[in-house]
Write a protein that binds this ligand. Sequence first.
Ligand SMILES: CC(C)(COP(=O)(O)OP(=O)(O)OC[C@H]1O[C@@H](n2cnc3c(N)ncnc32)[C@H](O)[C@@H]1OP(=O)(O)O)[C@@H](O)C(=O)NCCC(=O)NCCS
Length: 164
Amino acid sequence: MRVPFINGRKREFLIDPLAVRDTTAMALLHQEDFSRPWTAVEFAGLLDQEPVFGFAAREIGRPAALPAGFVLARQAAGEAEILTITVARSFRGGGLGWALMDAVLRQLYHQRAEALFLEVDETNLAALALYRRMRFREVARRPAYYAHPGAAPTTALVMRRDLR
Ligand SMILES: CC(C)(COP(=O)(O)OP(=O)(O)OC[C@H]1O[C@@H](n2cnc3c(N)ncnc32)[C@H](O)[C@@H]1OP(=O)(O)O)[C@@H](O)C(=O)NCCC(=O)NCCS
């Protein structure tokens, strides 16, 4: 899947499966945004599990560059969940988040999964807008779920996208 991306200049990305060689880059990307980032070893452990899969956004023509973003998901018994998704700050707003989520949805359709779930901080407006645009709907709330040092905890929304 190619994603044209305008950010000062035209760039093209390929959305393709994550591999164990990506785990160091995944950890670097993850620490940009998550207060408890996952390590490369944790990512390797997840990717080693059969129900876990994901995709990276790789810039075409720059094979040595770190992926611009990735998504990790897990499927079990007809249902799936997004474990994490992140796009590097300098690449946001160009459609990569949408393309990564779309790759997950396509794989799940192919496998005839029933639903995809995720959890999101209700104050994360960019992620919420992306998920709502992809027809996820809120199915539960977990008050005071995310801790923030020096600030009040925030609510997690559990969202579901039907696949059938
Ligand atoms: C959430 C995230 C993955 C979105 O990635 P992205 O590549 O910037 O998203 P896209 O460019 O594909 O945007 C797709 C849609 O999402 C919505 N969206 C994305 N960023 C937005 C923003 N800052 N404000 C409002 N809506 C936004 C829009 O509806 C957009 O569609 P549009 O451009 O046609 O209006 C990215 O912001 C990110 O990595 N955030 C930090 C990590 C994170 O919060 N992960 C989610 C945890 S649950």
